[in-house]
Design a protein. Structure first.
Lengths: 325, 291
């Protein structure tokens, strides 16, 4: 059973909850950038929370279905259409064999998740079906979808219901206004001076065009000033350089002190730029839904707040489960 | 060396063994990372050793960041001494220096380079005090190197030159990184060499290219069938300068599955290396080529 790709969209990839365990070899976790939306897309169509779905960024694909399926569309708001007829997002609906699923333009958010009953059934590589494009690993032939691809689909569970709905409180909407990204200062926070610590947190930072699954670049804030030091042997000559080390997911590096980059699920695993802190785990999904030019501010939190936010996120996930169990 | 612990958000702890690079810092980082792995602590998902630091990724729902930090500090205290002998491999890596593909690429990015009038290797030879590029290639390919980190992208080794610090090659990275680097480029930045396992962005100076694949997501290449990534921290590398015809020949061999890298087992002693670095390089070369 498969689905035929009529149009691939801008960059549509197969993703599940990721591939932990190989970051020490430079292979990142990958997986859906907005995990909450990915889970919701799966639960809507009777799949397990971590089954593989399609993640479409900015523009949806056009897919021709070969068998009757149940589909759920979550995340960034792109209205799905079956043979031109609009359907609701965050609600499961049926696509019959021979019908084509397309999308309207993106209204808000950045990444849309397309859950299909039975799940996308590409081979499991190192424990996951997620696509890691840079390493040509996983997904469909290690790359985003292209025209005429055939996406294999697994066997759907019986009695998958249509018309199921994800309640409002589980739908994250990134609309208008200033977005806050909470971060825990640390790592090499001490490398910038007190003035720059203040400006970094006070400034508004716009999402730069270079924003992808590897990382999100931000621009528009003040250039950071470094504390003087003799550069350690092996670090390189720029004050923003360190001896190449590991990069945490969500870590904020600022090459040359100018444009912060927050690493995401296809992160480079290490390198020679200082990091001034890390976006907390509870806010990683938010980044997935930021469009270029969206303005954010970084908010400094301590570990207690980070853990509290994580607990809230966890209880939201359990809440979602209880609705669909 | 003073160990510094830092939280990377709620899921990571970064352990910096030293601000500066040294084999001592690398051995300590590797020893701690390996002992941590042996402890099998519930909730730990990734242990990533790096050049002079390492990182632990954990699930804070299973082990709190405070408890994780305590585990790490206790581990460091319990470590009587750093393991200074590692059982590893010596691997010959053929390099076609000044190849046409990296030269074509570097010419496209001269506006991002410190010295737009030279090639990367000419510039690196000059600032490291070599009269000719040939002398520089001789220095690069005659000493041994140790893999002190695998990462950045899938399977990319960072390598550290096994000579005394005064003779170590040091070069700055590009002023602004390139958006393109040919696959299997042999590069250099700071005090580290590297081999770009995949095509992509990069900021290291480019010296040449190897015909020997080091990452194979399809796992079709004979020596990558068991695992898709070739290098591991602690591996020893000897670069070997080859010309175009040798390069083409090896490429043909890798394509039809006949290429087998020269690999020998070796027990590396940091203490013996420090006592006589040049002598130890000769022992390593003998182990690689004589047997």
């Amino acid at each position: 059973m498969s689905i035929k790709v009529i149009k691939p969209g801008l960059s549509t990839t197969v993703q599940d909850l990721g591939r932990p365990g190989y970051y020490h070899l430079g292979i990142p976790i990958s997986g859906g950038m907005d995990r909450m939306a990915l889970r919701a897309a799966n639960l809507l169509v009777g799949n397990n929370e971590g089954d593989a779905v399609l993640e479409a960024v900015f523009m949806g694909p056009e897919l021709k279905f070969i068998v009757d399926s149940v589909v759920g569309v979550t995340g960034g708001e792109m209205v799905p259409k079956i043979d031109g007829v609009a359907k609701k997002t965050w609600t499961s609906f049926e696509v019959k064999a021979g019908q084509t699923l397309g999308f309207e333009y993106l209204k808000h958010g950045a990444r849309t998740y397309i859950g299909i009953s039975g799940g996308v059934d590409v081979p499991i590589v190192l424990g996951s079906r997620s696509t890691y494009s840079l390493g040509a690993l996983g997904g469909l032939k290690g790359r985003p979808l292209i025209e005429n691809d055939k996406i294999p689909i697994g066997l759907a569970r019986k009695n998958v219901k249509i018309g199921k709905v994800v309640p409002e409180k589980f739908r994250r909407q990134i609309v208008g206004d200033l977005i806050k990204l909470r971060m825990l200062p640390g790592l090499y926070w001490h490398r910038i001076n007190d003035h720059s610590k203040k400006t970094f947190l006070a400034d508004s930072w716009g999402v730069a065009p270079e924003a992808d699954r590897i990382g999100y670049r931000f621009q528009g804030g003040n250039k950071l000033e470094f504390v003087d030091r003799k550069q350690p042997f092996g670090a390189g000559s720029d004050p923003s350089n360190i001896v190449d080390g590991c990069y945490p997911y969500g870590s904020i590096q600022v090459p040359g002190g100018t444009e912060p980059i927050v690493l995401h699920r296809d992160a480079v695993s290490g390198g020679g730029y200082f990091m001034l802190g890390t976006v907390i785990s509870a806010d990683m999904d938010i980044i997935a839904q930021l469009q270029p030019h969206t303005v954010v501010r970084f908010e400094s939190v301590d570990m207690n707040l980070a853990l509290k936010a994580r607990a809230e996120q966890n209880s939201l996930v359990s809440g979602l489960f209880s609705i669909f169990s | 060396m003073k160990t510094r612990y830092a939280h990377g958000g709620d899921e990571h702890i970064f352990v910096e063994i030293d601000e500066e690079m040294s084999l001592e810092a690398f051995f300590k980082s590797l020893t701690l990372a390996n002992s941590l792995r042996e402890k099998n602590i519930a909730g730990v998902t990734e242990i990533c050793p790096a050049n002079a630091s390492f990182q632990v990724i954990f699930n804070p729902d299973k082990i709190s960041p405070d408890a994780m930090l305590k585990e790490l500090k206790d581990l460091e205290k319990s470590l009587e001494e750093t393991k200074s002998i590692i059982d590893t491999r010596i691997i010959e890596v053929p390099v076609f220096y000044r190849d046409p593909w990296t030269e074509e690429t570097l010419m496209r990015y001269r506006d991002r380079h410190q010295d737009p009038k030279s090639t990367d290797i000419e510039y690196s030879a000059k600032i490291n005090g070599y009269n000719t590029v040939e002398d520089f290639i001789e220095a690069h390919s005659s000493s041994l190197w140790m893999v002190t980190m695998v990462g950045f992208v899938a399977g990319l080794p960072f390598v550290y030159q096994l000579v005394d610090r005064e003779r170590q090659i040091e070069v700055p990275k590009y002023i602004r990184p390139r958006t393109d680097t040919p696959k299997l480029t042999v590069g250099y930045g700071g005090c580290f060499g590297c081999i770009y396992s995949v095509k992509g962005a990069g900021g290291y100076q480019m010296f040449g290219v190897t015909p020997m694949p080091i990452y194979d997501p399809k796992q079709e290449i004979s020596y990558l069938k068991d695992f898709l990534v070739f290098f591991r921290p602690g591996d020893l590398i000897k670069f070997n300068s080859i010309d175009r015809s040798e390069y083409d020949e090896m490429l043909k061999e890798t394509d039809n599955g006949q290429f087998e890298p020269r690999i020998r087992s070796f027990s590396f002693s940091l203490e013996n290396f420090n006592k006589d670095m040049d002598g130890y390089n000769n022992i390593l070369k003998e182990a690689l080529y004589v047997n």
